[in-house]
Design a protein around this ligand. Sequence first.
Ligand code: BG6
Ligand code: MG
Length: 220
Amino acid sequence: KIDAVIFDLDGIITDTAHFHFLAWKQLAEEIGISIDEEFNERLKGISRMDSLELILEEGNRQHDFTSIEKEEMAERKNANYVNYLDELTPEHVLPGIMDLIKSIKTDGIPIGLASVSKNAETVLRALNLVEAFDYCADASKISKSKPDPEIFLTACKGLNAVPERSIGIEDAVAGVESIKASGMFAVGVGKQLSKADYQLMSTGQLQWEKIKEAFNKWND
Ligand code: BG6
Ligand code: MG
């Protein structure tokens, strides 16, 4: 029996992971630090302030700014990111996701969200997906970002689900770590996710029957 399926948002439901990257890249360039997509893998699933700290470390500038200046930089990045969200419509739900949600609902299994983003609700609204989720764990409900298990455990609790009988879906290294630390079955979508229990290269490959099969094997 599966208690719940819990989705990451950015990079799984929609490609906002790329918008986060573009917004950080611009901010980083303003202070003379260059970041690429490979470095960006380390920012996925990480809170806004923790991401900024990682970028400053990358440029060896972690001691160059006051906390007020850092707050201001994080706000600037967010303003830039939120601009990209203006273009987001229901057509931007990634391939395979709507079918997957439908199949899970047909089986009567509750669906949750686990996103450390303060913009999670805005993104879900733009995609017209608020109603699809039975429970949303977001930045307002947790104090530690991924890879800490807190966000997935909070989502399980909100759905009355036992983690060991639940499935998490993630595109981030830190996200898969968070799922595993919570005791859940991890579906990883993308590169570098060999720690996942079941790994795919794109959301278009997500098939509910296959995921259930893999979960049942793991659960045996
Ligand atoms: C996560 C993203 O979902 O949210 C991270 O994977 C992002 O890249 C984090 O930094 C925090 O998002 P926000 O919208 O609160 O800045
Ligand atoms: Mg993600």
